[in-house]
Ligand binder design. Structure first.
Ligand SMILES: [Zn+2]
Ligand SMILES: [Zn+2]
Length: 163
């Protein structure tokens, strides 16, 4: 959507992409003949610094990367498997570093009203339970599990307050 609000131009954060993530991303992009450009680096840095998945608009605001470039970079990095799209509600997709690059396995809370997506860590107990149950359930199917995605939907605190 064209939420072209020239207002609320928060100053771009200058959080740098961590060296470990940068080298992993460079290695992943090389076979695709994509380089870790200044803009791609800035897009990845804001996702790495965020504690929740971000909309494309938020990435533009926080990175200072021009909108068309940021959108193109997001799409390229999704195709390359470096960024994952997290589907929110009403088409408001959000983006985060793929877990193999963030090294952070986690789950999402999705607000069905405003669409905000928040990260949460499941307990070790729940992770073990999910893995065990899935293994048991799929034992006879021959399906090889690589990872799981488990999102919880509901209403965030500010939507409950009816703001
Ligand atoms: Zn909400
Ligand atoms: Zn999990």
């Amino acid at each position: 959507m064209a939420g072209v609000k020239p207002a609320s131009r928060t100053a771009p954060s200058h959080a740098a992409l961590s060296p470990a993530t940068a080298s992993a991303v460079i290695a992943a992009l090389a076979p695709l003949e994509l380089r870790l450009t200044r803009h791609r680096r800035a897009v990845l840095a804001v996702l790495e610094a965020s504690d929740r998945p971000l909309t494309a608009e938020e990435v533009v605001q926080r990175s200072g990367v021009p909108m068309s470039t940021a959108y193109r970079n997001l799409a390229e990095l999704v195709d390359a498997g470096v960024i994952v799209r997290v589907s929110g509600v009403g088409g408001g997709d959000r983006h985060e570093l793929a877990e193999q690059f963030s090294q952070h396995h986690h789950h999402h809370l999705v607000c069905v009203d405003c669409g905000i997506v928040t990260d949460f860590d499941a307990s070790a107990q729940l992770e073990k339970l999910i893995a065990r149950e899935v293994d048991t359930l799929l034992a006879s199917s021959g399906f090889q599990v690589t990872h799981h995605v488990f999102d919880v939907r509901g209403r965030c605190v500010s939507c409950q307050a009816g703001a």
